[in-house]
Design a protein around this ligand. Structure first.
Ligand code: SF4
Length: 423
């Protein structure tokens, strides 16, 4: 075990809370996934509440042709389950008639009891049969009962794994990067992997349903996002191997993440250094400006996106920030092991939520900035506490060397603004 691991939070106690939660449901993931897989469509099978949620969450986005919609299945439509299935078939027929470009259709389940009674996996199979081979229909759940907002991506990608092609015999070995990344980030990583001689490299989700990456024995995968437990399990069941690493957030995380693949491919240290040094050194220099603004400030994370631990590690180790509390909705000990090893010893970690108690702890800690969901941000701001919306960290490309300074700026900006207002 490295010195950092010995000093870190690998075995640190975690405050586990199971009370009222303030988080979005997994439907939210549609907002970034629909931009990623460009010939896919997400049909939420849900209520008016679900339609309202994704419309208002998407309201911050500009898009030319929406690739999501809601089929509203409510009591009025429900004379019986057969009617609901007929209604769904009708909506899908209309949609595919109007949008023949859709190659992959996700039926996304939600919470209302009418929807829970519907067997969406059966419906997906039935519809896949009807529209094969033009359009494939899959299903997953984005229900708030089962998922927090980033788990919607996990459920979506896990649903894709069974339809991934098996590697061909000449594709004995490949690297799969798992988790939706901004295209600019993907292109940067692809260039670095190419320069390192690591590959072939594929990405899940792909940009097109026609370009599904192969996965099987011989596939080694890196997680680009920390909330993909089900997808990782599904890939392992296919015979793929996970490469343990911190997440590619900040200079340190990105270096370690790239190094995990480089080591698996037998790249020598000197070659690794030559390839990554220019981007890494540029990123380090760009961070300096923000370090001056963030050093010594304290941050409190409410559990929301599962990105909290990698972000806390970056803010504390590279930006000099203090960690008042690091909350996460779910702590995957194995996927987080390398991150926990890097957190300062004694960090207060919490898993799950009892929102009132956590708000009390937050007020007592009086941090300089709070990372939380939209529901908590307004009341906290009204109390004079500076906040950062965790959802912004999903919409913004933050991974990789060239984005490290942008990530730091996301935290620095609201604090600089607050300081100006106080002056
Ligand atoms: Fe729909 Fe449930 Fe999400 Fe509310 S929590 S928007 S009912 S899926």
């Amino acid at each position: 075990m490295s010195e950092a691991a010995a000093l870190g939070c690998v075995d640190a106690p975690v405050l586990r809370e199971r009370g009222q939660r303030e988080v979005f449901c997994g439907l939210t993931g549609i907002i970034w996934l629909h931009r990623k897989i460009q010939d896919a469509f997400f049909l939420v099978v849900g209520s008016r509440t679900c339609a309202h949620l994704i419309q208002s969450a998407a309201g911050v986005m500009i898009f030319a042709e929406p690739r999501f919609a809601t089929a509203i299945i409510d009591e009025r439509d429900l004379a019986g389950l057969a009617d609901a299935n007929d209604e769904l078939d009708r909506v899908v027929a209309q949609l595919l008639d109007r949008r023949p470009d859709i190659r992959l259709l996700f039926l996304v389940g939600s919470c209302p009891s009418e929807v829970i009674k519907l067997d969406l996996s059966r419906a997906a199979q039935r519809l896949s049969g009807s529209y094969a081979p033009r359009t494939r229909v899959l299903n997953y759940s984005g229900s708030g009962i089962e998922t927090t907002f980033t788990q919607g991506e996990d459920a979506c990608l896990a649903a894709l794994v069974p339809i991934l092609p098996r590697p061909t015999p000449d594709e004995a070995r490949s690297l799969l990067v798992v988790g939706a990344l901004g295209e600019v980030v993907e292109d940067q990583f692809r260039r670095l992997f190419d320069a390192l001689g690591v590959g072939p490299v594929r990405f899940l989700p792909p940009r097109s349903a026609a370009d599904l990456p192969a996965a099987g024995p011989g596939t080694q995968f890196l997680l680009a996002q920390p909330f993909l437990a089900d997808t990782a399990r599904a890939l392992e069941q296919r015979g793929a191997t996970w490469l343990p690493a911190p997440f590619p957030v900040g200079v340190e995380g990105t270096t370690a993440w790239l190094r995990a693949a480089a080591t698996a491919w037998g790249v020598r240290d000197a070659a690794f250094e030559t390839v990554i040094a220019p981007a890494r050194d540029r990123a380090r220099a760009a961070l300096q400006r923000y370090r001056a603004q963030l050093d010594g400030k304290r941050v409190f994370f409410f559990p929301d996106s599962q990105l909290e631990i990698p972000l806390a590690r970056f803010l504390s180790r590279e930006m000099g920030m203090g960690l008042a509390e690091v909350g996460t909705p779910y702590l995957h000990r194995q996927h987080m092991a390398a991150e926990l090893a890097l957190l300062p010893a004694g960090t207060v970690l919490s898993e799950g939520q009892d929102v009132d108690r956590q708000l009390d702890r937050c007020r007592d800690a009086a941090p300089d900035i709070v990372v939380c969901g939209l529901g908590l941000a307004n009341p906290l701001e009204a109390e004079g506490i500076t906040t950062k919306w965790s959802i912004e960290l999903l919409f913004t490309p933050i991974q990789g060397f060239d984005q490290a300074a942008d990530l730091a700026e996301l935290f620095a900006r609201p604090m600089v603004r607050r300081d100006r207002l106080r002056v």
